[in-house]
Design a protein around this ligand. Structure first.
Ligand SMILES: *[C@@H]1O[C@H](CO)[C@@H](O)[C@H](O)[C@H]1NC(C)=O
Ligand SMILES: *[C@@H]1O[C@H](CO)[C@@H](O)[C@H](O)[C@H]1NC(C)=O
Ligand SMILES: *[C@@H]1O[C@H](CO)[C@@H](O)[C@H](O)[C@H]1NC(C)=O
Ligand SMILES: *[C@@H]1O[C@H](CO)[C@@H](O)[C@H](O)[C@H]1NC(C)=O
Ligand SMILES: *[C@H]1O[C@H](CO)[C@@H](O)[C@H](O)[C@H]1NC(C)=O
Length: 302
């Protein structure tokens, strides 16, 4: 039993350790000459533990799930050790949308669901696609575009390990449409500005609602719109021409209880998709739906 004073004493130590500015802590670890010094720089044993179920950062959330990432940006103990890890919580039919990791190869383990994965490496490489049953892993080479979809009607969990402590993520569609619109037009065979804007503003946040086939098979329907807060901000260099812009996507996203599924068995959709906290990027949790893939039973496509 701890007495009150012991508890106060311990929490004072804890807060003084935790109050070291995070970037200072990481900087000290990076400057340390040896691993012995790094271990000394992390005086509490608990600093070597990252709790993915109660994260203090590294959470990215979309309409159909979330990921939690332990890297040098969220978990200083990895500094100098060249590893990182992401845990994905995919709702029914949730998809971790196509992306690359610019600085690490990834090995991905499906814990309890069959995941549909695909991978497209550099120019000239063939497309690799797999069904990843529970208990199996697949590899995504550094820089390869890849995706992972929960093709089942129950929530799924995957574990992704990286051979680098700062793997980075580049979300393919979300980033691509952050380029200047005339460059996009030229790249896409002179597609019209309106069409490009129409495409750009639909790109949903990760984890996104998956394929129409999966939704139908599971008795789910796509919401009329998903959160789109992960888009590249538009500044002068990449803004759409004035006058062509549509309303911000968030204003079209239903904040209301009209977003309810008609299939009660699929309401399991998401206790797990609500992260406890987040410091990672622009997450519009205020406008996020309670259920993924949840809406009136319309045929609106994802
Ligand atoms: C897989 O594990 C996650 C995390 O514990 C859980 O939320 C999910 O319901 C599990 N899915 C199945 C099919 O067991
Ligand atoms: C509801 O979803 C389940 C899968 O979770 C499916 O088996 C069932 O047929 C669906 N029911 C309806 C009415 O769509
Ligand atoms: C939200 O729901 C309330 C009550 O169900 C309704 O009165 C209101 O009009 C709805 N708002 C929108 C934007 O749908
Ligand atoms: C919802 O969609 C499914 C599949 O298209 C259909 O079978 C079902 O009758 C619809 N339910 C309602 C309430 O409209
Ligand atoms: C494995 O998990 C990582 C972590 O987010 C994710 O980037 C990747 O998409 C997953 N795997 C596949 C096959 O996509």
């Amino acid at each position: 039993m701890f007495s009150l004073s012991t508890t106060v004493f311990l929490s004072t130590i804890l807060s003084s350790v935790l109050c070291t500015p995070f970037s200072d802590e990481v900087a000290a670890l990076k400057l340390a000459p040896t691993e012995v010094d790094r271990i000394d720089d992390l005086p509490m044993d608990s600093q070597f533990v990252f709790d993915f179920f109660h994260p203090t950062g590294g959470v990215v959330t979309g309409a159909a799930g979330h990921t939690v990432t332990a890297t040098s940006g969220t978990f200083p103990a990895v500094v100098g050790n060249g590893v990182a890890m992401t845990i994905g919580f995919l709702g029914p039919c949730g998809i971790n949308t196509p992306h690359t990791h610019p600085r690490a190869t990834e090995i991905n383990f499906s814990v309890n669901a069959t995941l549909r994965t695909g991978m497209l490496a550099e120019n000239g490489a063939r497309f690799v696609v797999n069904e990843l049953p529970p208990g199996s892993v697949t590899v995504f080479p550094q820089g390869a575009i890849h995706f992972e979809m929960n093709d089942g009607c129950e929530p799924a969990m995957f574990v992704a390990a990286f051979n680098g402590e700062d793997p980075g993520v580049q979300s393919t569609a979300q980033r691509f449409f952050g380029l200047p619109v005339d460059i996009l037009q030229a790249t896409m065979g002179d597609l019209g500005i309106q069409e490009i804007e129409g495409l750009a503003e639909r790109i949903p946040d990760n984890i996104a609602v998956g394929t129409a086939e999966c939704l139908q098979r599971c008795g789910l329907v796509s919401p009329p719109a998903q959160p789109t807060a992960q888009h590249q901000p538009q500044v002068s260099g990449n803004a759409f021409p004035t006058g062509t812009g549509a309303a911000p996507a968030s204003s079209t996203f239903p904040t209301n209880s009209t977003s309810t599924t008609t299939n009660s068995t699929s309401a399991a959709t998401d206790a797990t998709s609500t992260p406890t906290s987040s410091t990672a990027g622009p997450i519009s949790s205020s406008s996020a739906p309670v259920n993924s893939a949840a809406a009136e039973n319309s045929t609106s496509a994802a």
